[in-house]
Design a protein around this ligand. Sequence first.
Ligand code: CO
Length: 466
Amino acid sequence: MKKVQLTETILRDANQSLMATRLPYADYEGILADMDKAGYYSVECWGGATFDSCLRYLNEDPWERLRGLRKNLPNTRLQMLLRGQNLLGYKHYHDDVVEKFIELSIKNGIDVIRIFDALNDFRNIGTALESVKKYANERTIASGCISYTQSPVHTVDKYIEMCKELKTMGFDTICLKDMAGTMSPYEAEHLIKGIKDAIGDMTLILHTHCTTGMAYMTLTKAIESGIDVIDTATSCFSGGTSQPATETMFYALQQYGIESGLNEDIINKVNDYFKPIKQKYIDNGQLNPKSLATDAQALVYKVPGGMLSNMIANLTDMKAMDKFDAALAEIPKVRADMGYPPLVTPLSQMVGNQAVTNVLVGERYKNISKEIKNYIKGEYGNPPAPIAQELVDKVLGDGEPVDCRIEDQKRTGEDFIAAKEALGDLCRCEEDIMSYICYPDQTVKFLEARKAAEENEAVYTIQAMD
Ligand code: CO
């Protein structure tokens, strides 16, 4: 019997897309034992913005959260999202930092590491892959992930080539990541059939979002075209900027006669559990019902929904909303000049800001942002197509482009030494050091609060003994 398995995203992507990753561990600990029996392919629960959110907003140790997940989901694959050489941040870390982060992630309980690079420059995911292989146990899966986008250079053949490269590099599975939800059913069919022909029986995964309203159709075509795993969210946290609903896709697969391995009673129980939690966050304003709606504008303008709302906010601030249409028309032109990067963080912000600047200044590229200059120099990696020559000349002058890997390769241990020094007696374990390297200010704040809480507790214990 044919099989299509499901990855449940409620704990990471649905949480991140609908409510800015503010779901605390305590809210869902009570359902984990049931989720462990649901029969998911995996539960996406860590990485992405969860790490930052734990330290910055939730006063939680992200590593402690991971150990809790591991303890309560002993039979389920725990999955995380990793931005290649950027780990969970926006800058390139040194190779020894990337390796240690992955060693600790696996040690604390992660099974599936989904690794991507915003530009699909696979030099930026090589160290992460090698590290996963080095510390892998029998459950570990290294998943190579492609940032999906549309442009004249992003042809089916180009994606097939990328998949072959990921397979050659040694990844165990491949994921197509459609972060903007703009993959149409037609495109899904051609892509998936082509890729499956090229990579044989290697597991292929599709990750998409309901943002533009196409995701259910796209998943349907993906299933008919041979996809192995799809990402879904429990129904009360599905739709809008999140994933399609787990129970709905389970039902549809049953109708197809395709096995999903899911336990129907349990996936319904999971949704019942999350219903009042959703209501709580709608009531306190952290879950904006707007994010649950369909926004097809992304299909018209070819820019992700988040980018549009950002631009409107910026132009309103500057009292320049009369320039909105011109700025919108400028985005695809800037993106073309930049060699068609996928509009995913941080590229979406960089391209959007440059487009607005071009329009407001009244002359294209009279002012070029520092980030765009670094991008043109090659610091982020190779763009999918060549950058407009006049821009290369303007930014590089007589200089040479840089290799995005040169700085990353250092393995001097200097980052660990500096972190240890900065943390002093706040530091207790390698995980604290790693949190500090990723998010220094938030980690210091968190560790100081942890220390203060423990000191209070100690005093209380002594008093209670009297
Ligand atoms: Co996503």
